[in-house]
Design a protein around this ligand. Sequence first.
Ligand SMILES: Nc1ncnc2c1ncn2[C@@H]1O[C@H](COP(=O)(O)OP(=O)(O)OP(=O)(O)O)[C@@H](O)[C@H]1O
Ligand SMILES: [Mg+2]
Length: 225
Amino acid sequence: MRRLKLDRFTGVVSAGKEARVYRAIGRDGKEYAVKIYLTATAEFRKSIQKYLLGDPRFQRIDTSSTKKLFMAWARKEYRNLLKMSSVGVRVPKPYLVYQNIVVMEFIGRQGYRAPLLHEIYNELDSEELYSIYEIMVEEYKKIYCCAGLVHADYSEYNIMYLDGEIYIIDVAQAVSTSHPNYLDFLKHDIGNIYRFFTKQAKLKIQNLENLMKEIIGCKIVCPKK
Ligand SMILES: Nc1ncnc2c1ncn2[C@@H]1O[C@H](COP(=O)(O)OP(=O)(O)OP(=O)(O)O)[C@@H](O)[C@H]1O
Ligand SMILES: [Mg+2]
């Protein structure tokens, strides 16, 4: 706690299969989201194989202990957040990684987290949904073309929505484009965007092949490093 410069935890925001997310107040009085990896499910072990060891940035990780795997996974999430924010992707600002804990900006208001896209899309009109579609495509281009990463779990479950703005979360599994399977993950992500906006949000958008071409075509000006 002292190391994290956090004053107090105010509650659990989410208790997932592998990680818990807490809201905490820092010594500076600001609110933070604190994600702690705790449970090594069979799925987590699969993810380690699929998204960590294949990523050249993390090939030399010691996999002998569960604790070390959590630490590597938390570090990967933090580094992905840093890399994405450095090219202007709308992710929570990363503040710190310590062992199995990632501290980042809290996305919400008055103590409550913002809703996920899948929780509120049916309250939005098609104009708002179309604007979210365009933003999600542009953000994906920044991730792929500017940060050199693919998210690998890009869906309405990992997008938060606050005041007409989106925030992309849950980036631990994102891999660099030098991962041997990055293209499969990329296609899966783009397929998710297409499925959600055509089937759930019921929008008329370009076909999947053109959407794929648009994203892979990388017509975007990236910020200078
Ligand atoms: N920065 C944040 N600010 C506010 N809430 C957050 C933040 N990050 C995550 N959350 C909340 O915690 C939930 C779980 O976070 P995340 O998607 O990163 O973890 P996960 O490992 O996928 O968990 P799960 O197994 O529940 O999907 C999110 O759906 C969201 O409600
Ligand atoms: Mg998630």
